[in-house]
Design a protein around this ligand. Sequence first.
Ligand code: SF4
Ligand code: SF4
Length: 87
Amino acid sequence: MPYVICAPCISTKDCSCVDVCPVDAIHPTKEEAAFSEEKQLYIDPDMCIDCGACEPECPVEAIFEEEYVPDKWSNYIEINAKWFQPK
Ligand code: SF4
Ligand code: SF4
C-alpha cells in the first residue's frame, strides 16, 4: 500500500518528506518548475516502496499509508495518483 499526502500539506509544503524518501517518489520538489504553482506535494503510488520514512517527518501529519487515510480525505488517494498521470 503506497503512502498518500492529504490536505494538511496544502500551503505547508515544507518538503521534509522529500528529503527522506529513498526512491524520490514525492513531487514536485523545490527544483521542479511545478513547485511554485502546486498547492501541495504528491506521492507517486507506482514509485513508493511503502517504507514509511516520510510519515513521521511531516510536521502537519499529512501523510498516511493508503489503508489508513481518514475517510474525509479518501479522495486524496486519487488526487496523488492523478498528478503522475500524463496530462
Ligand atoms: S513511504 Fe517511503 S517510499 Fe513511499 S513516499 Fe514515503 S518515504 Fe517515499
Ligand atoms: S512533510 Fe508534510 S507538509 Fe511537508 S511537504 Fe511533505 S507532506 Fe507536505
